[in-house]
Design a protein around this ligand. Structure first.
Ligand code: SAH
Length: 285
């Protein structure tokens, strides 16, 4: 008798329709034609397809890196489950976290840690926050004003990094303006986001300490790097009724999350739990 297949093997292999869906996440040059299996294997962590003489055939080889499993959706579902168990409760945030393939934003060598609750290096001395912190900040952000459809309006993100949080934000907002001061990471984010085709994400290269006045006012501002104070430009560019969430250095020298609400009665600042973000720096490089 055949023994039943056990997880993590998933017998219902999803067949990505490489030809039907132009957004298939394989990096192709426009004139590259049908990708070779080797190219697919290099670029895609999942079951792959290749063109055979008589049409499309599926390569049964599993190429997912250890730890991600055959179906990364299942691994993400587990991550979301854990986030919920940790007390994160905003269904929209959890759904968005379940949608974005975090493993596409980290180096190949770190792919097997992509869905663990850990921060990961993204190059140039910077890190991607752990999923729990990303979800927490987005939940706080959504505690501010939402539009009629339950989304945040135009949002400014300071510190694009690898582009992961911008991708999650794209599902929760009407527009995302994300600014990065390191050219290398700005380019990396552009590359990471290219195949995802998120038309509401706008990547900017520049010093986010000055915000991005052209997109203001913002319904919300989120920073992924912490300074000694909240730059005044951010408060100025925040819409009335808008909310800002950022790490900031506290009086004791430690770093904590701060929520700033801009109200007709004035700016209200709430200090929350301790966090560990990379420093907010001025200028570009
Ligand atoms: N949200 C990111 C996390 C990136 S880490 C992600 O999902 O990957 C924080 C980023 O903030 C770093 O890339 C760092 O270069 C950037 N940063 C720091 N100071 C900045 C500034 N003044 N303007 C823009 N980006 C800044």
């Amino acid at each position: 008798m055949k023994s039943p297949l056990k997880p993590p093997f998933n017998p219902t292999v999803k067949v990505p329709s490489a030809l039907a869906r132009p957004a298939f996440p394989v990096r192709l040059k426009p004139d590259a034609g049908v990708p070779s299996a080797t190219k697919l294997i290099a670029d895609y962590a999942g079951p792959v397809m290749a063109k055979s003489q008589n049409g499309i055939k599926q390569i049964t080889q599993t190429i997912a890196p250890d730890g991600v499993g055959l179906d990364s959706q299942a691994v993400r579902a587990r991550m979301v489950h854990k986030l919920a168990a940790q007390g994160l409760s905003d269904a929209q945030v959890l759904a968005a976290m379940g949608l974005v393939e975090r493993h596409r934003f980290v180096d190949t060598a770190l792919v097997n840690q992509a869905y663990e609750d850990t921060s990961l290096p993204i190059g140039l001395g910077q890190t991607i926050s752990k999923p729990n912190v990303v979800a927490r900040m987005l939940e706080l952000l959504r505690g501010g004003a939402l539009d009629a459809s339950g989304k945040l309006g135009r949002v400014l993100e300071i510190g694009t990094g690898c582009g992961y949080q911008a991708a999650v934000l794209s599902h929760l907002t009407t527009e995302v303006y994300s600014i990065e001061r390191l050219r290398g990471l700005h380019d990396k984010a552009r590359e990471n986001l290219r195949t995802l085709r998120l038309p509401n994400v706008h990547l900017l290269f520049g010093d986010g300490m000055m915000g991005y006045a052209k997109g203001a006012p913002y319904a919300a501002i989120i920073a992924a790097a912490g300074g000694q104070a909240i730059p005044t430009a951010w408060i100025e560019q925040l819409a009335m009724g808008g909310r800002l969430v950022a790490p900031m250095q506290t009086a004791s020298g430690a770093q904590a999350l701060v929520v700033v609400d801009k109200t007709p009665q004035g700016v209200r600042q709430t200090l929350l739990e301790a966090v560990h973000f990379v420093p907010l720096k001025s200028g570009t490089s």
